[in-house]
Design a protein around this ligand. Sequence first.
Ligand code: AMP
Length: 218
Amino acid sequence: MRLLLFGPPGVGKGTQAKLLSETYGIPHISTGDMLRAAAASGTPAGLRAKEIMDAGKLVPDDVMIRIVREVLASPRASGGFILDGFPRTLAQAMALSHIFEELEVRDFKVIEFVADDEEIVRRLANRLVCPADGQVFNVETDGLKKGDPCPQCGTPLIQRDDDREETVRERLKVYHMSTAPVIHYYQASGVVLSVDGTGSIDVVNREIKLMIQDAEAS
Ligand code: AMP
C-alpha cells in the first residue's frame, strides 16, 4: 500500500500516519521529521532548513525532491509507504510522478485532510511535542502544558518553533498559495480520498480505513 497524506499543517496527518503505519505495517515517511532531524544534527544544510521552517516557508524543491527520491528508492520503502508532507508544490508532484515511473509504482492513494484555517490555528497553538520520541499532545484534550514530562518517556514537552501563531499564519498562507492547488493534479486520476480532519483521532482513523477498504473493493 502506498499513501500520500495531503492537507494543511496541523490537520492531523502525522498522527494518522503513525496509526496507519501500524495498521498496515508500512513505514511513515515524514519530510518534516527528516528536516527536523537534519536541523537537530546541526549540519549546515540542516541549520539552513531550520531557518526556513521557522519562518514558515518551504524548503527548495530540488532539496526536497532529492531527499524523497533517495528514501523512496531505499529498501525501507519497497513494500509500501505513507508519505506525509510531500508533495507540497506542483513541481514536487510532477517530480514524484517521475520517481514513481522510475520505481514502477503504479498504485497509490492520496488522502486529503480537510479543515478550516481557524481550526488549524487553534490546534497548533495547543500542540505540544516530545523532542525525544516525536509524540504529539494537545494542551486542551491531554491536560498537559509546556515543560510537563512526556507521558511515554519523561522528556519535557515543547512547542515546535514553527507552531507560534505568527508562523502558523505564514504556513497557512504558503499552504493556500503553493500546496492546496496540487490536489487538482491528482483529482483528474481519481486517486483522491477526502476526509474531514476536524473529527477526533479515532473517528478520522476509522473513516480513512473505511475509505481505503471501499476503494480497494471497487
Ligand atoms: P511538517 O512537519 O510537515 O509540518 O513540515 C515542517 C516544515 O518543514 C514545513 O513548514 C516546511 O518548512 C518544511 N517542509 C516539510 N516538507 C516539505 C516539502 N515537501 N517541501 C518544502 N518544505 C517542506
